[in-house]
Write a protein that binds this ligand. Structure first.
Ligand SMILES: *Cc1c(COP(=O)(O)O)cnc(C)c1O
Length: 408
C-alpha cells in the first residue's frame, strides 16, 4: 500500500526495526532550518549528526551537484575522474597526507585504515604484528571490524565471532596505553574528541604520548576524524589543533555536507602497503560526491566560516551555561568548535532522550551522545540569530521536562 505522503507508521511496516526515528518527518531544509510534512519549522542543531556542515541545501553545493549531474555520475575504478583527482589533491594540500583513498562512509574509511595497518605490518614484519588498540567509549562505525574496534560492548553483542587481536584501554589514560602497546601492535586508533561516546576531548598530553608510543613500537597512529573533521572543531582537522600528526586520518560525515563520501588520508610510506588489488570500493571516488566535497572544503576553509565557528561556539557555550545557572541540569558543558556536549547531572542520568523529545516539541532538533549527554553539531554557518532562538527553545524544553517530572 503506497501513500503519497507516507507517515511515521509506515516506517514500522516496511523498514527494519534497527532505528527508532521520532514522529516528525522533515521534508525540506534551508540553512539551519527544517520543515516537516505539516509545514512546521524547526531549528536544526543536530545537523544530520555532524554531516550537514554547510546547513541544508547550501546554494553553492546545490549548484555543484546539479552541474555534475549533467556531466558524469559514475565510472568505477577502472577509470579515474577529474572531481576525484581534484579533491585528493586538495586534501593532500591542506593536510599531512600524501595519499588519499575514497569510499562512501566513515565505517568504510576506518575499515580501510585498519586493513592498511594490518597489511603494512604483515608486509614489513609478519603476521604476529597484528594487534590493534583502541579506547573504551569510542565509536568507529558498524561493520564487524569497526564495531569490534569501537569500544562499546552493546554494538558487538550477538555478532560474534568477531575479528581477533583487538584491545581496548581507557581513554585519556597514558599509563593504560603504555601498558597495552607492544611490538605486536600494528595500530592505535583514537578519536581526538570521542563523539558518540559523549563529546569527550582528548588531553593534548594523551595524543602526544600516543604518537611517541606508536613511534617506539613501529605502530601506525590512526585518528578517526569522521566526526571531528572538516572544520567542525575549529581547525580543518582536530589533529591540527592538538599539534599531533597521525599516520592515517579518516574523514567522512561533514566532508560531503550531506552527500555520502568517506576518505582515508595517509603518508606515502604507509600507502605503499595497499598495492594493486588489496582493497577497493565500487562507488569510492564517485564524481558527484567528490565534486560536492571539493566545494565543502572550499567553503569551510574561508576565514569567515572559521570565525563563525569560534563565535558560535562561544555563544552556544555561554548560552548553555546561562540555562544551567537557572536550571542546574548539567554537570559539565564541553566540546570544541561546533561539536558541543552537555552532560546531565546524576539526578538526570540516563534521561538525555527526554530532553531531546522535549526540545523537538518546542521546535528544536538536538542530538544525544549516549544516555546522559545532550549533543549539538549544527551547520558551521549557523547564524547568531539561529543560536539565540535555539537557546530560548532549549531553555523552554528544559523547563517542561522539569515541570513534568516534578508533577509525576
Ligand atoms: C559516525 C562515525 C563513524 C561512522 O560513520 P558512518 O558514515 O556512519 O559509517 C565512525 N567514526 C566516528 C568517530 C563517527 O562519529
Amino acid at each position: 500500500m503506497s501513500q503519497q505522503h507516507p507517515d511515521r507508521s509506515v516506517f514500522d511496516q516496511v523498514m527494519t526495526p534497527n532505528y527508532a526515528p521520532v514522529d516528525v518527518i522533515p521534508v525540506r531544509g534551508r540553512g539551519a532550518r527544517l520543515w516537516d510534512q505539516h509545514g512546521r519549522e524547526y531549528i536544526d542543531l543536530a545537523g544530520g549528526i555532524a554531516v550537514n556542515s554547510l546547513g541544508h541545501c547550501h546554494p553553492e553545493l546545490v549548484a555543484e551537484l546539479k552541474a555534475q549531474a549533467d556531466e558524469l555520475w559514475h565510472l568505477s575504478n577502472v577509470y579515474t575522474n577529474e572531481p576525484a583527482l581534484r579533491l585528493a589533491q586538495t586534501l593532500c594540500d591542506l593536510t599531512f597526507a600524501d595519499k588519499v583513498y575514497f569510499c562512501n562512509s566513515g565505517a568504510e574509511a576506518n575499515e580501510a585504515a585498519l586493513k592498511l595497518a594490518r597489511r603494512k605490518a604483515w608486509a614489513d614484519v609478519g603476521e604476529a604484528k597484528h594487534e590493534i588498540i583502541s579506547t573504551r567509549g569510542s565509536f568507529h562505525g558498524r561493520t564487524l571490524f569497526t564495531v569490534t574496534v569501537g569500544g562499546q560492548e552493546k554494538y558487538t553483542e550477538g555478532f560474534r565471532p568477531a575479528p581477533q587481536g583487538i584491545t581496548h584501554v581507557s581513554y585519556n589514560d597514558i599509563a593504560a596505553l603504555e601498558a597495552a602497546i607492544s611490538d605486536r601492535t600494528c595500530a592505535v586508533m583514537l578519536e581526538p574528541v570521542q563523539g558518540e561516546g559523549g563529546v569527550r576531548p582528548a588531553d593534548r598530553a594523551y595524543l602526544e604520548a600516543a604518537r611517541r608510543l606508536c613511534d617506539q613500537h613501529n605502530a601506525l597512529l590512526i585518528f578517526d576524524e569522521v566526526q571531528t573533521g572538516v572544520g567542525r572543531c575549529g581547525e580543518l582537522y582536530a589533529y591540527m589543533h592538538y599539534g599531533v600528526t597521525p599516520d592515517i586520518l579518516t574523514t567522512a560525515k561533514s566532508l560531503g555536507g550531506g552527500f555520502p563520501i568517506g576518505a582515508m588520508l595517509t603518508t606515502d610510506d604507509a600507502a605503499q602497503a595497499l598495492i594493486v588489488g588489496t582493497h577497493g570500493s565500487t562507488y569510492g571516488g564517485n564524481p558527484l560526491a567528490c565534486r560536492v566535497a571539493s566545494k565543502v572544503l572550499e567553503v569551510v576553509t574561508r576565514d569567515e566560516v572559521r570565525a563563525n565557528v569560534t563565535a558560535r561556539h562561544q555563544q552556544l557555550k555561554a548560552g548553555l551555561e546561562a540555562i544551567n545557572s537557572r536550571h542546574g541540569v548539567f554537570s559539565e558543558i564541553r566540546g570544541m568548535g561546533l561539536l558541543l556536549g552537555a552532560e546531565l547531572t546524576p539526578a538526570w542520568e540516563g534521561k538525555a532522550k527526554l530532553f531531546l523529545q522535549a526540545a523537538l516539541k518546542e521546535g528544536l532538533m538536538i542530538l544525544v551522545a549516549g544516555p546522559s549527554v545532550l549533543r549539538m553539531a549544527p551547520s558551521l554557518l549557523v547564524t547568531e540569530a539561529d543560536i539565540a532562538a535555539a537557546l530560548d527553545l532549549l531553555g523552554r524544553a528544559i523547563e517542561q521536562v522539569k515541570a513534568e517530572t516534578e508533577a509525576a
